[in-house]
Design a protein around this ligand. Structure first.
Ligand code: APR
Ligand code: PHB
Length: 389
């Protein structure tokens, strides 16, 4: 088989890229190693920046989102027994939307299959070859028991943090930057109406807690836990008791309900530079990971592929490689802005350890960001997403 762009991975990055290319008349094939069922039900974050909503709408994948997403205009920060509001929309003119990542993935898959766009699930043994500048890139894989080979002009590595594309880049090309955090998130989905109109980010001596939601009947909540925490030790009863402790506020009640999903998410910051090698371009989690506190992973993946698609369109239409050559530099500027913000939100809100000095600094920062217009503006513009970064 031959195509123009071979895309590894049908997460948000791979699917959005394929659609952007399709709209520009560029062919692609997406290879995904999981089943359609699996990728459509994988529970991930669910907060979209205005720019991501606009992008999904532009590419024709915004219809259900427009109907079902919850539009939010700010966030609550809770600490020291008080809950303060950051009025993000009032400050920035932009809003955020709550819509589960797997819903976006469902919409994009339906769209792709709706025009018979090539998208193969349950593909095994994916390997990328010969992608150096003068090579002839190809992807080999097994599908339905048969070995296959896909020849392409370029390869897009959209295969997430544990994918095969990044490790295929020759030694010495990439430099990685990373930070591990001494905690993880325990997340639940619960069948109960959210107890809040907008998200609550709570800093508590026991650790961070987040009250998010998916709809008017489903809540999403998170607790900071130890990095090696075992989910088996967390009965639903224990989870609710801990959530009650961390969100406690006079005059407010956290409603409980049946837990329909629970899991532990590790926290890390990771960037690889550059995000390209020869004719292989990395996008999304394949190139970088942010801790989930700022809810930026999906938004950043969407921006990567927007930049990559523009560069590919320029190259196919003019033969000029300048934009493709500059892909990584352009994408990394935003990646590092978002890394800084995600690290800031993480260290602002989590219990970092036992050092009382750190604790006092955190409180000073929380006081500042909830009392100074300048500090609130900085948080707000990063949270809703910087449009042209
Ligand atoms: N071959 C084919 N597909 C693969 C391979 C492989 N060897 N390895 C991984 N994949 C697939 C995964 O199954 C997944 O569907 O690649 C896809 C990668 O998707 P995501 O992990 O969702 O990553 P990405 O598309 O970059 O989306 C951005 O940021 O913070 C996160 O939750 C956010 O997942 C979102 C991500
Ligand atoms: C979520 O709803 O999953 C979510 C929301 C906000 C975050 C992180 C996760 O900061």
């Amino acid at each position: 088989m031959r195509t123009q762009v071979g895309i590894v991975g049908a997460g948000p990055a791979g699917l959005i890229l394929a659609q952007l290319l399709h709209l520009a008349g560029i062919e692609s094939v997406i290879l995904e190693n999981r089943s359609r069922e699996y990728v459509e039900h994988r529970v991930r974050a669910g907060l979209l920046e205005q720019g991501t909503v606009d992008l999904l709408t532009e590419i024709g994948a915004g219809e259900r989102l427009k109907e079902e997403a919850l539009e939010h205009h700010g966030i609550y920060l809770q600490f020291d027994g008080r809950r303060e509001y950051i009025a993000a929309t009032e400050i920035t003119g932009r809003s955020i939307h709550i819509y589960g990542q797997q819903e976006i993935v469902k919409d994009l898959i339906a769209q792709r299959l709706g025009y018979d766009g090539p998208l193969l699930f349950e593909v095994d043994d994916v390997a990328v070859h010969d992608f150096d500048k003068h090579g002839e890139p190809r992807i080999t894989y097994t599908h339905e028991g048969r070995q296959q080979r896909l020849e392409c002009d370029v390869i897009a590595g959209c295969d997430g943090f544990h994918g095969v594309c990044r490790p295929a880049i020759p030694k010495g090309v990439l430099t990685t930057y990373q930070r591990e955090y001494p905690f993880a998130w325990l997340g639940i989905l619960a069948e109960v109406a959210p107890s809040t109109d907008e998200l609550i980010y709570a800093h508590h001596p026991n650790g961070f807690a987040l009250h998010s939601m998916r709809s008017s009947t489903v809540s999403r909540l998170y607790l900071q836990v130890k990095p090696d925490e075992q989910i088996e030790y967390w009965s639903d009863k224990r989870i609710w008791a801990e959530l009650q402790t961390r969100f406690a506020l006079a005059g407010w009640t956290l409603q409980e309900g049946p837990v329909i999903e629970k899991g532990i998410t590790p926290m890390r910051s990771f960037v690889t530079e550059p995000m390209q090698s020869g004719r292989l371009y990395l996008a999304g989690d394949a190139a970088h990971i942010v801790p989930p506190t700022g809810a930026k992973g999906l938004n950043l993946a969407a921006q990567d592929v927007r930049v990559l698609a523009e560069a590919l369109v320029a190259w196919y239409s003019t033969g000029d490689t300048a934009q493709l050559d500059g892909y990584s530099d352009r994408a990394l500027r935003r990646v590092w802005r978002v890394q800084d913000f995600s690290h800031y939100m993480t260290t602002l809100l989590h219990r970092l350890g036992d050092d009382p000095f750190d604790d006092r600094l955190q409180r000073a920062r929380l006081e500042y960001v909830t009392s100074s217009d300048a500090a609130a503006k900085s948080l707000a513009e990063n949270y809703v997403g910087l449009p042209e970064y």
